[in-house]
Structures are given as structure tokens and as C-alpha cells.
Design a protein around this ligand. Structure first.
Ligand code: BES
Ligand code: MN
Ligand code: ZN
Length: 504
């Protein structure tokens, strides 16, 4: 869908010729306005057919006094952006069932959640097609192609609108790659997607193969990959939006393109879902897509260790001990705890960039799904300010996370007689013990970990990737860049301020 922003007041919306007009109405709408639209909304409310509660919908055709062919009133309750996003999605779904080719969206009141509305419009346009031979003939191709968001002052809303568009491009890319089946999203193909991104200005990409990774000494990453016929790839993306001397933020995305569990094999039911086990990697690709569009003034590195986790005659076995890039030896007690093994070597690799912050993103544990469900990602942060910044970014971007603990007592279970550390602890607190494992490899910089096992994709009828947490990460990065461009007290304090800003 092509989405635009334009100047349009509510009274003028009544006279606008458009196939469909969608009006978002919040609680407390002042009835009695003289224009045709206000009068219509007033009547609809008085009749009881329409209510402003979030998600309520009323569609009319050829409403008197309105130039629009169709009118959709959508309730947004208290007007919170999260409600607006859902309401717009519901409104678009209703219109898509019909023949309207374009829609004009406007708010009946202030404040106007332009970021949320834009995001919802672009999101509604995505549907997975890549591995279908032809469009499903039973599903009519939706006619809805264009959307205009009408606000009283387009200039005021422009920044929110652009931010949402850029973010939505990234979300769509992340969804697409996470949705692709493992045979259409191999480590090699993921590297190809990264190389495609590097065609955009400001982005560079470097791809390491099995020999490079062996030479570096990434024994943990290699151990996971060794059971698969697919070659591993270690992808390094660079976004340069600031001077060479500016310390980068490093994003590390888990790129297990399929997770069978390896020799500690998973049960068959729902194993197909493990094609989404590169959701972290997909979100890193998505963030770079957004960075290319939004061009914030900062430097970002993306690291993606990508491989399959397969059982095989050559596969790593429970009890095997491997040497990680950090030098720490790891006893692999469960080959299904593979995410932390590929991530730990990437976290050590991140040290060479002298980063201002490192954030890893991973569909890491089923335990996190049990703890937080599909609503909030698990956030683990050793650095207080970085944790706060990510939490705030999640709320602003409607991509929320929830802080989890990192007490050292949780690491007790990782002790072993046969190596420096084991890759699993007991059954309890599984999301936290996984984070404690990672923390051992992330001591050289401010670090945070996002467990997105519950949020990266949806189950059920709308099964598919969500593109999370691209929104959260883009919001965090834009806030960092905005902070750095704010005037500083003195040049001497600049370095300190920048370092603080990275985690603020
Ligand atoms: N990719 C899985 C985690 C996962 C499970 C994501 C379910 C989404 C839904 C991860 O590699 C894994 O298998 N984790 C194990 C860890 C255990 C062996 C300590 C798990 O969560 O069961
Ligand atoms: Mn696993
Ligand atoms: Zn996994």
C-alpha cells in the first residue's frame, strides 16, 4: 500500500472525494459540530449503533452530505497509540473485504497518533507470497492500494510519519525473511539478503565462511554448524552515519535457519516453527533496512552467526567440550541449547569494534514464552541505563519488552566438572540461565539481551512472523542519534556524554 501524509481538517474531510473515509473517534467526542461529518458521527453515537470503545466499527455507504463513497467510523477508546494501531488494522481489514481502491484516514480529535496509524497501514499491506506458485484464486486480490493520512498540519506530523514509514519497511523485511521456509532462507541466502542491503548508501557488508570462522577460533559456533550440509555464514553489516571515530552500537542476531535440536532432537509436532529461529537475524536485517531510509547520525554494526542445527554422524554430541572464541571451554550438555553457542562467539567478536553498547536479539528459550507469552519480549540488561533506554524505546514503538533479573545465583546451575561452563542449567528459570550464560561473554561493554522467542512470530490462524523487535531497536537507535545531536555543554564533556548517551 502506498501511504501518504497530507493536510486535512475534519470539517474539510466531509467534502473530500475519496472511495473511503476512515475516521478514528476517541472517547469524549464533542457532538454538535456543524459540518456534515461531525453531525454524522454525533448521530451515529446518539443512535447507539456506534461507540468509541476501541475496535468498534461502523461502515456506511453514501452517507448524506459526505463526498466520500464509504465512511468507516472506528472507535479508538482513550486514543492510546496501541489502540489506534489495532483500530486502523481492523478498519483496513473491513475495507479490504470490499471494492474501495483508496482510503483517507483522519482523527476526529487530538492528539493524533500518526506513528501508530502509519505503521498499521503499511503493516496491513504485507502478505507472504514468496513460496506460493500463484496468488490464491479464492482470495480476491485486495483492491485497496492507496492511503492518505489527513492531519490538520502535515508539517507537525511529518517526522512521526517518516519514522513510521522507515520502521515499517524494516519490519516488512524482517517478516519476509523470518517467514521464508528453511530451504528458502539458508545461511547463504541470508548472507545474500545482507549483500543486497549493502547496495544502499551508508551500508557495507562482509560475509565470513567456514574457513574464516575456523581460523578465528569460533569453536562454539562451528560446533552447532558441523551437523549440517548447509555451510555456515558469519555476516557483518555496517551502517556508517557518523564519523569513523564514533563508537558503534553492535546488534547481534541469532541466525539459526532451522533448529531441529540436533542430537538432543525436538519432538515432531510443531517442529516446522523452528524455521523462525532466525528471527533475531531477520530483525537485524530489518533494522539496517530502516537505517538506510532514516539515516540517523550514528554508527551501527550488525553481526549474524547463521547456520542450521541438525542431527548427523558429524553432529556435536551431548557431553562434547568445545573452545569458544573467548577462550572459555563449554560443555555442550544439550545440543538444543544452540542459540547461546552461536551468540557467545559473536559477542566476543563484537569486542573488536570497541562498541558503546551491544544488544543481542534471539529466539532463545521456550522458557521465555512461558514467562511472558507473546506480548512482551524478555529484556536482560547488565547496564542499568541501557536497560532503561530499551524499555522506553519498546513502549514508544508499541513493541514492548519486560525487564528480567540477572542475579548471579541463577548461574549456579551452569557449573560443570568438565569445562569452564555448561551450556544448560536445570529446568527452572530457563530464560534467565540462558542470559547468564551469554553474560559471561559480554563483559567488555554495556550489554543487553532480548529474548524474542514469544514475540518474533504468532501462532494460530495468523501464523507468521511479526517483525519484532525492529520497532523497538529503531526507536532506541533514533533516540541515541537525537541525543548526540543535541547541543553539549562543553567539548571536553563530549566523549563522556556520548558514552552515557549510548546507555541512556
Ligand atoms: N530455538 C529454541 C527456543 C524456542 C523454543 C523458540 C520455542 C521459540 C519457541 C532454542 O534453541 C531451544 O531449543 N531452547 C531450549 C533450551 C533448553 C534445551 C535449555 C528450550 O527452550 O527448550
Ligand atoms: Mn534449540
Ligand atoms: Zn534455537
Amino acid at each position: 500500500m502506498d501511504v501518504e501524509l497530507g493536510a486535512l481538517r475534519l470539517d474539510a474531510a466531509a467534502t473530500r472525494r475519496t472511495p473511503a473515509l476512515m475516521v478514528l473517534v476517541a472517547d469524549g467526542f464533542q457532538t454538535g459540530g456543524s459540518d456534515a461529518l461531525s453531525a454524522w458521527i454525533g448521530k451515529a453515537l446518539a443512535s447507539g449503533d456506534f461507540k468509541t470503545e476501541a475496535g468498534r466499527l461502523m461502515t456506511s455507504f453514501g452517507a448524506p452530505g459526505l463526498a466520500a463513497e464509504r465512511l468507516v467510523l472506528v472507535g479508538i477508546g482513550d486514543g492510546h497509540p496501541a489502540r489506534v494501531r489495532k483500530a486502523v488494522a481492523a478498519g483496513v481489514a473491513a475495507l479490504r473485504a470490499g471494492a474501495a481502491s483508496a482510503v483517507t484516514v483522519c482523527f476526529a480529535q487530538q492528539p493524533q497518533a500518526v506513528y501508530a496509524a502509519t505503521l498499521a497501514l503499511v503493516e496491513a499491506a504485507y502478505s507472504y507470497q514468496t513460496t506460493k506458485s500463484r496468488p490464491d484464486p479464492k482470495k480476491k486480490v485486495p483492491a485497496l492500494k492507496n492511503a492518505l493520512i489527513g492531519v490538520p498540519s502535515a508539517a507537525v506530523a511529518r517526522a512521526d510519519f517518516e519514522r513510521a514509514l522507515g520502521t515499517a519497511q524494516g519490519v516488512a523485511l524482517a517478516r519476509e525473511w523470518a517467514n521464508r521456509p528453511a530451504n528458502h532462507a539458508t545461511p547463504t541466502l541470508l548472507a545474500g539478503a545482507a549483500r543486497q542491503l549493502a547496495k544502499r548508501p551508508g551500508i557495507d557488508c562482509q560475509v565470513l565462511g567456514p574457513k574464516d570462522v575456523a581460523k578465528l577460533g569460533m569453536g562454539a559456533f562451528q560446533a552447532v554448524a558441523q551437523g549440517s550440509a548447509e555451510e555456515l555464514r558469519f555476516i557483518v553489516l555496517r551502517y556508517s552515519g557518523a564519523g569513523k571515530s564514533a563508537a558503534p552500537v553492535v546488534l547481534v542476531g541469532k541466525g539459526i535457519t532451522f533448529d531441529t535440536g540436533g542430537i538432543s532432537i525436538k519432538p515432531a509436532p510443531d517442529m516446522d516453527q523452528m524455521k523462525f529461529d532466525m528471527g533475531g537475524a531477520a530483525s537485524v536485517l530489518g533494522v539496517f533496512r530502516a537505517l538506510a531510509d532514516l539515516k540517523p547520525a550514528l554508527n551501527v554494526i550488525g553481526l549474524i552467526p547463521a547456520c542450521e542445527n541438525m542431527p548427523d554422524g558429524r553432529a556435536v554430541k551431548p557431553g562434547d567440550v568445545v573452545s569458544s572464541l573467548s577462550g572459555q571451554t563449554i560443555e555442550i550438555l544439550n545440543t538444543d541449547a544452540e542459540g547461546r553457542l552461536v551468540l557467545c562467539d559473536a559477542l566476543t567478536y563484537a569486542e573488536r569494534f570497541k562498541p558503546r553498547a551491544v544488544i543481542d536479539i534471539a529466539t532463545l528459550t521456550g522458557a521465555c514464552v512461558v514467562a511472558l507469552g507473546e506480548v512482551r519480549s524478555g529484556l536482560f540488561a547488565a547496564d542499568e541505563a541501557l536497560g532503561q533506554a530499551l524499555q522506553t524505546a519498546g513502549e514508544r514503538a508499541l513493541d514492548p519488552c519486560w525487564r528480567m533479573p540477572l542475579d548471579d545465583e541463577y548461574a549456579e546451575g551452569l557449573k560443570t566438572n568438565f569445562a569452564d561452563v555448561a551450556n544448560v542449567a536445570g529446568r527452572f528459570g530457563g530464560a534467565i540461565t540462558a542470559a547468564k550464560f551469554l553474560q559471561r561473554f559480554a563483559k567488555a561493554y554495556p550489554w543487553a539481551h532480548l529474548d524474542i522467542a514469544g514475540t518474533a512470530w504468532k501462532q494460530g490462524a495468523n501464523k507468521g512472523a511479526t517483525g519484532r523487535p525492529v520497532g523497538l531497536l529503531v526507536e532506541y537507535l533514533l533516540a541515541l542519534a537525537a541525543d548526540a545531536s543535541a547541543p553539549k555543554a562543553g567539548a571536553k564533556a563530549k566523549g563522556r556524554a556520548a558514552r552515557r548517551a549510548a546507555s541512556a
